[in-house]
Each structure stands twice: as C-alpha cells, then as structure tokens.
Design a protein around this ligand. Structure first.
Ligand code: GLY
Length: 364
C-alpha cells in the first residue's frame, strides 16, 4: 500500500491510495455519515463488487448507473445526478463515490461540487487514463457548446483509489489510449529513475506480444510502479499549482492539438479516443518544438519511433488544415494566442504562446 498526497500549504487536500483489490476501497469510506455511489453502466461489474462492502459499512445510501459517453458528458447528466441525490435526501455531509473512467469522475466530481454548494466526493478510476491523469488533481466538468470541458470547477476529491484488478480487464485499445497520458507524464517530468524509458520498454513488450491481456497481466507489477510514479508526478505538479496559473499548464502537453483532433473527429464522425488524440497531439507538438529549434534535430522522429513501438497512434487522421479553426476555439486561447506546451527533450517542457497561424506555419 502506498499513499500519495496533494498538499497545499502543508495541508493534505487529497490522497491517492492503491490496493490489490477494488473491494478494499470500502475501508476508506467508513468514516463518512452517508455514502452514495455513481458508476458508469459499462463497469457495473466493478460497482457490484464494491457494493456489498459499502453496505457492510452501515452508511451506504444507494447507487446510480449513468451512461458515461462523451456525448452524454453534458450539464443535464450532472443535473440528473444532483436530482438523484436530492431525491434520496442527501445532505451536506454526503460523500459521493464515482466508479468509472475520466468522463464519470469529471461529471460526478462536478455534480458533487455544485450540490448544496459542494459535498465530498471520491473516485475509483477504472481506466488507465483516469488512473494516471483524470482522477487526480480535481479537474471536474462537462462539455458545452461542442467544446470539451467548457464548464467545470477545480475541486479535489477526498481520495482516489487505484487498483490493478480493473486494469486486467481493460480492452487493449483503452489500455493503449491510457498509456498516452502515462508516457506524457514522464515526458513532462522524468526523474533519475528514467521512467520514460521504463514505460517505453514495458509498453513495447506488451505491444509486441500476441496475447495482450496475458502480457498486461504478466507486467502488472511494473505497470503499477509506473502508474504510481505518474500519479506522484501529477500530485506534485497539482500541489505546486492547483489552479493552473503556471506549471500545471505543462500537463496539457499534446492537448491543444488533441482537443482540436477530437473536435474534428466529432464533426466528421471519426472514432478516436482521447489518449489516441493526445498521442498524435504530442507528435505534432514535438515537430513544432523541433521546427522552432526548441528540441534538437531528430527529437520528433525519436518520439514517433518510441510511440509506434508502444502501439500508440502517431498519424493525424485528417488533413492538417482542418485543425486551425478547432484550435482557435480552445478555451486556453488568450488574446488570440494559444498556450502550446513544447518540448526541449524528454523531461523538459515549456509553454510558448503563439497564434494558431504562427504554429501552423511552423509545422509546414
Ligand atoms: N489533465 C490535465 C490536468 O489535470 O491538469
């Protein structure tokens, strides 16, 4: 059992616990007066595993299954969660547990944050992507007006509980999509342990295996070490800059392009997962970094070769000129300029503000 914390001014705002079995989350929910569980219907099996242990705590009030799709990540879904809490008589001492991937944790965190001006919440992330990124750091919210995460607040979960059990059953495509955020974390901060190279090596091994599920199982211990290391990096960044006035912006590496790719994918009905878009976005950011002489020559090709080995997508599925209009809509655009996270190398990132047309011209 390891514990990672988000600490601001010496005060613990949120903890990341991990354990071998998902049922163990119940022990962390014992201290609360009343516990409500909201889960993604796709992972009802996980919720069913947890529920008896919650009932045994004696403070469990009930559960609600939601459809956790990008299309359903809207304010109406959040309001339906709040309506459910209201109908069950949830008070200000409620603790709402979310079980699911990043869409679920974002929506439930938001619903809890606005219910009666804010009640406590906690997460059991069930995808790799949410374990290393979405369920840590307190970003909650929904899409609005065709734009991702346009409405929301930053408010920390009481805790995030991560466990290997859920990883072993992930479809391989979801697993790979999650690895994009894992690798991203180590490109942002790569300590002397060189977790970036360790991640590339484990993920390449899994990608080269015929039986992916078996390979993931066989590498669980190493993956868990990397997931914890990534969670610790993220918790450190959030502790230093909870409200994204500086360093936290680095976590958006690849995301300016990724959000535009996802926007274009929705418009054209193309199937692309968030992590896949982030992977392609990081390659574009690497090319931009190299063309602006921030990264050394050959850096983008090296990253591309690593990503390919890991089974991550690297090619833009649309024409390049479809991206600018989507990028200009990015909520991070300020005064016509967009904050691009660029790379000097692995473990060395920096923000550069430029207009979308400047970035596109440098990518040619
Ligand atoms: N996903 C980026 C962040 O949490 O800041």
């Amino acid at each position: 059992m390891s514990e990672i914390t988000i600490k601001v001014d010496g005060k613990i705002l949120s903890s990341v616990y991990s354990g071998q079995s998902v049922v163990e989350v119940a022990q962390y929910l014992k201290p609360y007066r009343s516990v409500y569980m909201v889960y993604d219907l796709n992972v009802k099996g996980v919720a069913d595993l947890i529920e008896p242990a919650l009932k045994a705590n004696g403070n469990y009030e009930g559960s609600l299954g939601i459809v956790a799709t990008e299309e359903n990540k809207v304010i109406d879904t959040v309001l339906s969660i709040d309506e459910w809490l209201l109908n069950l008589g949830a008070n200000r001492d409620a603790m709402v547990l979310a079980v699911g991937g990043g869409i679920t944790t974002d929506m439930v965190g938001f619903a809890a944050s606005i219910y009666k001006r804010g009640v406590k919440f906690s997460f059991v992330p069930t995808t790799l992507l949410s374990q290393v990124d979405a369920a840590i750091g307190g970003k909650t919210g929904v899409n609005f007006s065709s734009l991702k995460n346009m409405l929301g607040v930053i408010r920390q979960p009481e805790f995030t509980y991560e466990c290997p059990e859920v990883l072993q059953t992930l479809p391989y495509r979801d697993f790979v999509s999650g690895t994009a955020e894992l690798v991203k974390t180590f490109i942002i901060e790569n300590t002397s342990d060189d977790n970036y190279s360790k991640a590339v090596s484990v993920l390449s091994r899994i990608a080269a295996s015929e039986n992916k599920a078996e390979a993931i199982k066989a590498n669980t211990a190493e993956l868990l070490g990397l997931i914890s290391a990534a969670a610790a990096v993220k918790a450190g960044v959030v502790s230093r800059d909870q409200f994204e006035s500086g360093e936290r912006k680095n976590l958006n590496l690849g995301h300016t392009f990724a959000h535009a790719i996802e926007w274009e994918a929705r418009r054209t009905g193309t199937d692309i997962a968030h992590g896949e878009a982030v992977s392609i976005g990081m390659i574009l950011a690497a090319r931009l970094s190299e063309n602006l002489s921030i990264a050394p020559a050959g850096f983008a090709d090296k990253l591309l070769a690593d990503f390919k080995q890991c089974g991550l997508p690297t090619e833009l599925p649309f024409a390049m000129d479809s991206l600018p209009s989507a990028m200009e809509k990015d909520k991070k655009a300020e005064g016509g300029k967009v904050h691009f996270v660029l790379m000097g190398g692995v473990g060395d990132v920096r923000i550069q503000s430029m207009t979308v047309s400047e970035a596109m011209a440098s990518l040619k």
